[in-house]
Write a protein that binds this ligand. Structure first.
Ligand code: FAD
Length: 395
């Protein structure tokens, strides 16, 4: 059996690996020229962590994890206004949590392709898919780059993220499925030895209104920066001529010297995307299926994008991998959708709830956030109570 997987992000790499292990031949195509370096720290827990243990990916991920002591909210003079110890966070998240840089998660999934017998998964970077066509005999893709047209396959898997081209070709335009949450998020990594040494081991977040800058010290002399800000409502668009870097510099001015220094080093075109979810009633049609953010983005506010991408890729790869002929494809895709949709729906609901309190709009909302963080230190305060308190911030 043959599959074409579009997108070598976390979901695409894990799906391709599992199919390869099941004996399938896989063409994995990725528009970037190599593994992407963009992205911030992600909490890794829950279904993805369990799936990574099951498929043998966990040790590779654990080796890349960062030790985190605490998350600290600081003012423009770097005074700590609220602090959440990480063991408390781990308890709220149900025990086991790893802190991983997004590009490291992708690298671990890429390295795990070595577990597949040689030649079964062919990874082609620099290949952007532009078209998908299906008929009774199979599925084909059109692509830019060195690989213009690949041989027909039994299945095409769209693992091409929130702005999926496979989804657009098979299921219709993005506007039908994208649910913006009113914010944008940007992330970049820069060399900054002094800040790296000063803030080592802690997530630093600005205790600001309507926007939040965060940063974390990497093993090298670098610092990973993360910026979340309000997206203007429809009609109140920003100046399209402004470059992403200039836009971030103007949005995040006045948050203190550490943030200014990071913004001075910001690359010209950092990762900067809408914070949104993808909500779709169906994830597969004929011989095409979507996985990861392409069909079920939960947004960074749910804190589980990477984890769910691993779990979904593992499930799809394992279920579809059992199909031994074309007749087995439809039941396998139906099983994947049936099992995984409820998990994604639950994470999306939690992401939408978090959206209402993530960026406090006024001082009283900010005070309440500080209070919630302090309250989690009291014995017996559990996740539910913390969530309820957080929800009340928005009221
Ligand atoms: C550069 C980048 C930085 C990110 N940073 C963060 C972050 O800081 N925090 C956070 O919570 N989430 C971040 N995310 C999102 C996070 O990676 C996902 O939520 C999660 O990992 C789910 O992964 P995925 O594999 O489904 O999708 P993605 O990680 O989006 O991967 C999709 C892949 O498909 C490729 N692709 C897209 N279109 C095509 C096409 N037409 N042809 C071929 N290939 C294509 C993309 O280049 C990408 O490699 C980031 C995503 C990217 C791409």
């Amino acid at each position: 059996m043959k599959a074409i997987v579009v997108g070598a992000g976390i979901a695409g790499l894990v799906t391709a690996r599992q199919l390869g292990l099941a004996g399938w031949e896989v063409e994995l195509v990725e528009k970037a020229d190599g593994p992407r370096r963009d992205g911030y720290m992600m909490d890794f827990f829950g279904p993805g962590l369990e799936a990574s243990e099951r498929i043998g990916l966990y040790p590779r991920l654990a080796r890349m994890a960062y030790p985190v002591e605490a998350a600290e909210y600081v003012d423009a003079k770097e005074r700590v206004k609220a602090r959440l110890d990480y063991d408390q966070f781990a308890r709220l998240a149900g025990g086991k949590v790893l802190s991983l840089l997004r590009p490291d998660m992708e690298r671990a999934a890429l390295a795990a392709l070595d577990d597949v017998p040689a030649g079964r998964v062919r990874l082609r970077y620099g290949t952007r898919v532009t078209g998908v066509s299906m008929d009774g005999d199979g599925v084909r893709i059109d692509a830019d780059g060195p690989t213009a047209r690949l041989p027909a396959a039994d299945v095409v898997i769209g693992a091409d993220g929130i702005h999926s081209a496979v989804r657009a070709r098979i299921f219709g335009p993005e506007t039908e499925y994208l649910r913006p949450l009113g914010m944008r998020a940007a992330a970049f990594i820069v060399p900054e030895a002094e800040l790296n040494a000063r803030f080592s081991g802690r997530f630093i977040l600005t205790d600001s209104l309507g926007r939040t800058a965060g940063f974390y010290s990497l093993r090298t002399d670098e610092v990973a920066a993360f910026l979340v800000y309000r997206d203007p409502p429809a009609g109140a668009g920003r100046d399209a001529a402004t470059s992403p870097r200039d836009r971030l510099r103007s949005e995040f001015s006045g948050l203190g010297t550490a943030v200014d220094r990071l913004l001075n080093l910001c690359p010209a075109d950092p990762y900067d995307d809408v914070v949104a979810q993808i909500v779709m009633p169906r994830w597969w049609k004929g011989r095409a299926v979507l996985v990861g953010d392409a069909c079920g983005a939960v947004s960074l506010l749910a804190g589980q994008g990477g984890s769910l991408a691993i779990a979904a890729g593992a499930l799809l790869g394992d279920v579809l991998g059992k199909a031994a002929s074309a007749d087995g494809i439809a039941p396998a895709l139906a099983e994947f959708e049936r099992e995984w949709q409820p998990v994604v729906a639950q994470a999306q609901a939690s992401g939408r709830r978090a959206a209402s309190s993530f960026l406090p709009a006024n001082r009283s909302q900010r005070l309440l956030r500080r209070w919630v963080i302090r309250a989690t230190k009291l014995p017996g305060i559990d996740r539910l109570v913390a969530r309820q308190l957080l929800r009340s911030i928005a009221k």
